[in-house]
Design a protein around this ligand. Structure first.
Ligand code: ADP
Length: 290
């Protein structure tokens, strides 16, 4: 079972004639709303990969549809609370060239408290997996609690936060980050990835695949990407991490888990959208990458 303390966002997409300047009022030519947030994306990916996933999170009353969507996608939501805040959201402005500007508000994601996390994790069993990212409150408490309970801890250091990484690093088993976050981590800590107190570090490198640094075995191994023609790279990292968590949760060895996650990430970049289009296990296993 996977416990995912994760963000739930409404992604609000506005198509605009151009990105607005200071003082400008613009009428959008199109509006779409979808389920987003790194946490929600990872929960959907892990569930599509076949895991039982318990999401720990929060929305406002305006986000009941988002929790319901998670449920429809196979994620368990008894520990998604409704709180007295706006649901977390991202307002995404897109111009005709596809350039965007994005405003994010954490809202209810910042209202997840220790009591909510403690209640959820009191149902966890040793050998379960806890997945964490940086878009919610309470990660440090969750990490300490889960470690004491004997859970496997996977942490995606995204979006990067030096304070969060410093507080959590000693407790986690597996760190997943992209190349930009790896640079930020190095700048913040002054440490190389192979000198971190974390058993396994995975750096995703987009179309260059990923790198697995095992600090237990003192080895580094490169995994090439599966060849695809990308049309939209959003959600690739979240899909990769959700699939990785799912594979490790059902005890696949790391190289097989990374290969499966890489297949899922590659397939994801061939699709426009986020949570709604994350591929399922059969599609990921059966796809012919040529
Ligand atoms: P993020 O979205 O966090 O920046 P990446 O872009 O590194 O993450 O993507 C995560 C994983 O998805 C990569 O390690 C790779 O396996 C796969 N992936 C991403 N982009 C591509 C691509 N253009 N071609 C093939 N695989 C890709």
């Amino acid at each position: 079972m996977i416990w995912n303390l994760g963000s739930i966002n409404a992604d609000n997409f506005y198509d605009l004639p151009h990105l607005p300047g200071p003082g400008e009022t613009l009428t959008a030519t199109r509006f779409r709303q979808g389920l987003g947030g790194k946490g929600a994306n990872m929960s959907v990916a892990a569930a599509r990969a076949g895991a039982r996933v318990m999401h720990i999170g929060a929305t406002g009353a305006d986000g009941r549809w988002a929790a319901q969507r998670l449920f429809e996608y196979g994620v368990d939501i008894p520990h998604v609370a409704e709180v007295d805040s706006a649901t977390g959201h991202a307002n995404i402005h897109i111009d005709p060239q596809g350039e965007n500007s994005i405003v994010i508000f954490a809202g209810a994601n910042a209202d997840i408290d220790e009591q909510m996390i403690g209640a959820a994790l009191s149902e966890a069993r040793p050998g379960d997996t806890l997945l964490l990212q940086n878009e919610t409150s309470g990660q440090v408490y969750a990490a300490k609690t889960a470690k004491a309970l004997g859970l496997r801890l996977i942490y995606a250091a995204a979006p990067f936060s030096a304070a969060a990484v410093a507080a959590i690093l000693e407790d986690i088993d597996i760190l997943v980050l992209n190349a930009v976050e790896a640079g930020q981590l190095h700048a913040a800590t002054g440490r190389e990835l192979d000198a971190l107190p974390v058993g396994d570090v995975i750096v995703t490198l987009g179309s260059d695949g990923c790198k697995w640094i095992s600090n237990t075995a003192r080895t580094t191994r490169l995994f090439p990407a599966f060849p695809v023609v990308p049309v939209d790279t959003t959600g690739a990292g979240d899909t990769f991490t959700g699939y990785l968590a799912s594979a490790l949760d059902r005890s696949l060895p790391m190289p097989q888990a990374i290969t499966l996650a890489s297949r899922a990430g590659a397939l994801m970049v061939t699709r426009r959208g986020t949570a709604d289009v994350i591929p399922d296990l059969r599609e990921v296993q059966d796809h012919d990458f040529g």
